[in-house]
Design a protein around this ligand. Structure first.
Ligand SMILES: *[C@@H]1O[C@H](CO)[C@@H](O)[C@H](O)[C@H]1NC(C)=O
Ligand SMILES: *[C@@H]1O[C@H](CO)[C@@H](O)[C@H](O)[C@H]1NC(C)=O
Ligand SMILES: *[C@@H]1O[C@H](CO)[C@@H](O)[C@H](O)[C@H]1NC(C)=O
Length: 392
């Protein structure tokens, strides 16, 4: 079951190489996508915000506050944050990784997560995390507690095929966070982020339900069952749903049959669809590729869109568009205007991608990777108008 394409050289190295390899595969998948309609591989590296962690650590002492951080009427009480009238709770959910949540550097801070929760709580009642490293589960739950906000969190465990300890490490962090904070603000535990996509890519296969897919699925399925066992061992007052997240076309049927929910990445931008057509495209893709197949399974897992959004710029000119799809603020506005309220009306659960521009991705990957935020990296709102149609 060891992934022969990778050396198991400790959690971090395996993790990093996995991500680098996945990253390099992306363009290939996008091309394949044009043929078989698979899309949505942006999340490479999404699970891990970092970049500023070094700055934060080295500049300790000086305030780490950012231009867009909310003010508090009582500096000692994070629940007294001043609301921003431009924001509305119109988003079903937001995709989120606290900055500085990549092993081994870490560097995230409760102070920064509190500011993030103060802003996000004005946009949504649901946040999904990708992984659990660097104590991010507890930081988010603590921030919700201190801000007294009504956010429900989908905790995440981001396993890698080549090193089982990456899974167990995160499982134990999640367990501890649940023991500390209880279940009131936990909506689910997601085991796997693009696990099948990465496993297939690492083993030169493409079919999540083929023989190689079955090998990868066996690993992931064991992790999912292990998480269920861990939750059961806690005798919790409510049953916490367990799910998995993957690229839209990479769900293995046996995995879907063993989860309560599936989260699917669906990105029109990578399909060369224009901003004007993106909402309809995302909706169709999600219905056909994810919702309908899931509804046909005996366990009928609930399907959500794990990520959908629109980049506002590219670090280089060559990636500034994909055919018809331009990276622009106007494009983001168009997508928000045509997707958010419709999806709310249609009963589609989605996690908008994403809350803020992630600087580390811009540095590491270039292109559009670092520019998907509704907010700039300093947490100031981009020049977009947030729709006002309360999400259910
Ligand atoms: C994790 O975060 C919580 C909340 O801030 C804190 O109480 C706890 O000490 C942290 N644990 C570690 C290992 O940093
Ligand atoms: C999207 O457009 C780019 C740039 O025009 C092109 O290189 C790529 O092959 C197209 N991809 C698809 C999936 O059509
Ligand atoms: C909502 O449903 C309508 C009617 O089926 C469909 O045309 C539209 O694309 C859907 N939009 C979203 C965002 O789900």
């Amino acid at each position: 079951m060891a992934d022969s394409n990778y050396q198991a050289v400790g959690g971090y190295s395996a993790y990093a190489s996995e991500k680098a390899a996945a990253r390099s595969r992306r363009s290939k998948w996008i091309v394949i996508g044009s043929v078989i309609g698979l899309i949505g591989i942006i999340a490479i590296g999404v699970g891990v915000g970092i970049s500023v962690s070094h700055n934060k650590k080295s500049s300790s002492g000086s305030s780490s506050s950012r231009a867009g951080d909310p003010q508090q009427t009582d500096p000692n009480d994070p629940s007294t944050f001043v609301k921003d009238s431009r924001l509305h709770k119109s988003f079903y959910g937001l995709a989120y990784t606290p900055e500085g949540s990549l092993m081994p550097d870490c560097g995230n801070t409760l102070e920064a997560v509190i500011k993030d929760i103060q802003i996000m709580s004005q946009l949504t009642t649901r946040v999904r995390l990708y992984g659990a490293d660097c104590n991010q589960s507890a930081l988010v739950l603590e921030a919700i507690k201190q801000t007294k906000t009504d956010i429900q969190v989908f905790l995440g465990n981001y396993p890698v095929p080549s090193d089982p300890t990456v899974y167990t490490r995160q499982r134990d962090i999640i367990k501890q966070a649940i023991q500390t904070y209880g279940t009131d603000h936990i909506a689910g535990v997601t085991v796997g982020n693009e696990f099948m996509l990465n496993y297939l890519g690492a083993n030169s296969a493409t079919d999540p339900n083929g023989p190689v897919g079955a090998q990868g699925a066996a690993i992931l399925k064991a992790d999912i069952q292990d998480t269920r066992d861990m939750l059961a061992s806690l005798s919790l007052p409510k049953t916490i749903p367990v799910g998995t997240s993957d690229a839209g076309s990479f769900f293995n049927t046996e995995i879907l049959s063993s989860v309560d929910y599936g989260l699917s990445n669906v990105h029109a931008w990578f399909a060369n669809v224009s901003a004007a057509d993106a909402s309809a495209w995302v909706s169709n893709f999600f219905q056909e590729t994810n919702v309908a197949p899931a509804a046909a399974l005996p366990n009928r897992p609930k399907m959500y869109i794990a990520e959908t959004g629109w980049p506002t710029k590219s670090s280089d000119a060559s990636n500034a568009n994909n055919g018809a799809s331009d990276a622009s603020v106007a494009g983001l506005q168009t997508f928000i205007d045509t997707f958010v309220c419709q999806a709310n009306t249609n009963g589609t659960g989605y996690f908008f991608f994403e809350f803020f521009d992630e600087v580390w991705k811009e540095k590491q990957y270039g292109g559009v990777e670092g520019w998907w935020g509704l907010f700039n990296s300093d947490r100031t709102l981009k020049d977009v108008k947030i729709p006002d149609c309360p999400s259910p």
